[in-house]
Design a protein around this ligand. Structure first.
Ligand code: NAP
Length: 527
């Protein structure tokens, strides 16, 4: 049952008197449940508990952490229809999407459970001593990854499960051995509370320390700011807008002890339409892209907001087909009136720019909070000189940039801000003739896609979901897949430490049976 309370560690708490409600965008009315915003005292309690929990959780064996992560997955599944209904009530998203996102969330938790059960992720590295080395003896040095400390997680409005309460950031931080304090997203506070209850239940069932997880309600930015500034917090995970991510990044840098903020933010995900692909398969691609631009009401960070091609008859045909096809699709509901209003004003801002021509605009009546999709086009030279046109319009909108020639297209790609993805549509081995373009694109993005769409992020170890700023604040890391655990750890060396006092991962006997780098050779053998 939803109570509207915070979880301060395992305890439900509502000491404050500021309340707020979530919103049903389909019905265009507030949901009944009142949520109580956390007080400063409750925030301090959550951080104090997390700091205390860290003392034991940091060295909790992989098998116990795995049991915890699997139990979270089980408890989320046990919420069954209650969770799915709440998700839909707070987002306007369809049941199929809710079920799909739950599957991904549970899959992520189980993938991290597997990772920590196997154990080699700590990157144990051992350089044994050479006592008779001349002129000086060499010490025994052993290194592994250790957790940073309590992590604050900010979830996104558009992924109430997979990028929120027990989403990728939380699963990765818990797997690393970091307690998590979630700043619940105000738009889906009920979904957040249900998932938080599942995490707390799992923590209790598997004997995790109180404070390993807290869930903080908030309806404004002050609570998030306070959490980021709290001296007990050692890292931040954020998924959301560039404005929000940058503000928190700056705040963390201004602290007496600066801490890392791993912010995954907006992106326009450029798609390059190579000439032969346009000529031979332009119609097919236009149909596919009409779907990709509108899927999830365009509310994906990987939405293809920018399509680039060299002027030709085939590009004209592509634009025509895309326009026809996208208008055949029924508009769908956005997450919240705020997001809907921003979509309308961002479209307006784009269309006010000189030289922009709207080629498809859904004009018929739509239900409340439903998004009218739009496609616009602009000349490459105008796009090159106008940064406003480079900005994300969050929703079903895409801009086709028509370039004079390939040199102009390359110049545009090199001037783009950092992006999560870049896509190349190529016929046969056409792409092989555009190596300069491809390497320019590689320099701007975190993932490059060949003959596909950027929407849809596979969760697997080789996935990179991140990219040069501003798509993320640190392009060296991914936010999706088990390697995202690397954001919440630091390398640590032991020098000449007695074998019996070393952590299991570094002991001579290799009791965990993990893969280690021993004197520069990867091995599972004992020393
Ligand atoms: P948002 O408005 O930035 O909100 C995200 C969270 O950050 C909210 O909890 C919000 O709190 C908080 N916040 C925002 N500004 C803040 C500030 N200045 N100080 C403290 N807290 C602040 O983003 P959203 O509407 O949830 O998500 C949409 C955006 O996320 C899109 O741009 C999309 O592309 C991006 N996104 C990126 C990814 C990715 O993986 N890269 C994934 C999904 C979405 P309040 O709501 O309380 O203000």
């Amino acid at each position: 049952m939803i109570t509207g309370k915070n979880y301060i560690g395992n305890t439900k708490s509502a000491k404050g008197n500021r309340t707020y409600q979530t919103f049903n965008p389909k019905l265009n009315l507030e949901n009944e449940q009142l949520f109580t915003e956390a007080t400063n005292l409750e925030i301090d309690e959550a951080v104090a508990l997390a700091s205390e929990a860290f003392k034991s959780f940091r060295t909790t064996p992989g098998l116990k952490k795995a049991a915890f992560l699997n139990a979270i997955a089980d408890e989320i599944l046990a919420l069954d229809d209650t969770l799915i209904t709440q998700y839909c009530t707070e987002t306007g998203l369809p049941v199929g999407r809710a079920i799909g996102e739950r599957g991904r969330t549970v899959g992520q938790l189980r993938a991290f459970a597997e990772l920590v059960t196997e154990g080699s992720w700590v990157e144990a590295s051992i350089d044994t001593a050479i006592p008779n080395r001349k002129p000086l003896p060499k010490s025994d040095i052993r290194k592994m990854l250790i957790p940073l400390g309590p992590v604050v997680v900010f979830g996104a409005s558009n992924f109430p499960l997979a990028y929120s309460t027990a989403g990728g950031d939380t699963a990765a931080a818990l797997a690393a051995g970091c307690p998590v304090i979630v700043k619940s997203h105000p738009m889906h506070a009920g979904t957040g509370e249900l998932v938080a209850a599942a995490v707390v239940k799992a923590a209790e069932k598997t004997g995790m320390p109180n404070g390993v997880f807290s869930n903080i309600n908030s309806s404004g930015i002050d609570i998030g700011k306070r959490l980021v500034q709290h001296p007990g917090v050692k890292a931040v995970g954020f998924t959301g807008s560039i404005r929000g991510g940058r503000a928190l990044y700056d705040l963390a840098a201004q602290r007496e002890e600066p801490i890392p903020v791993f912010a995954e933010m907006g992106s326009v995900n450029p798609v390059i339409l190579l000439p032969k692909a346009l000529e031979n398969k332009g119609t097919d691609w236009a149909k596919i892209y009409a779907g990709s631009i509108t899927v999830g009401t365009g509310q994906f960070c990987t939405n293809p907001g920018l399509l680039l091609g060299v002027k030709s008859k085939a590009l004209d045909n592509f634009v025509k087909t895309l326009s026809t096809e996208i208008l055949k699709l029924e508009p769908t509901c956005m997450l919240h009136p705020y997001i809907h209003n921003s979509f309308e004003s961002n479209k307006q801002r784009a269309t006010n720019q000189r030289g922009l021509e709207v080629v498809a605009k859904y004009d018929s009546e739509v239900a409340i909070n439903h998004a009218r999709q739009m496609v616009a086009t602009v000349d490459g030279s105008i796009f090159l000189d106008n940064n406003t046109l480079h900005q994300e319009v969050f929703g079903p909108y895409s801009l086709v940039v028509q370039c004079e020639n390939m040199e102009e297209l390359i110049a545009i790609v090199s001037k783009l801000e950092g992006q999560l993805t870049g896509t190349v549509l190529s016929e046969g081995n056409e792409a092989a003739n555009f190596t300069k373009l491809i390497s320019t694109l590689q320099n701007r993005v975190g993932r490059i896609i060949y003959n596909g769409v950027p929407t849809g992020v596979e969760v697997c170890p080789s996935m990179v979901h991140g990219g040069p700023y501003p798509s993320s604040t640190d392009s060296r890391f991914t936010a999706v897949g088990v390697n995202s655990i690397k954001r919440w750890v630091r390398p640590f060396s032991y020098q000449d430490w007695p074998n019996e006092l070393l952590p299991e991962a570094l002991k001579n006997e290799n009791p965990l049976g993990i893969s280690r780098l021993v004197n520069n050779k990867q091995s599972k053998a004992k020393i």
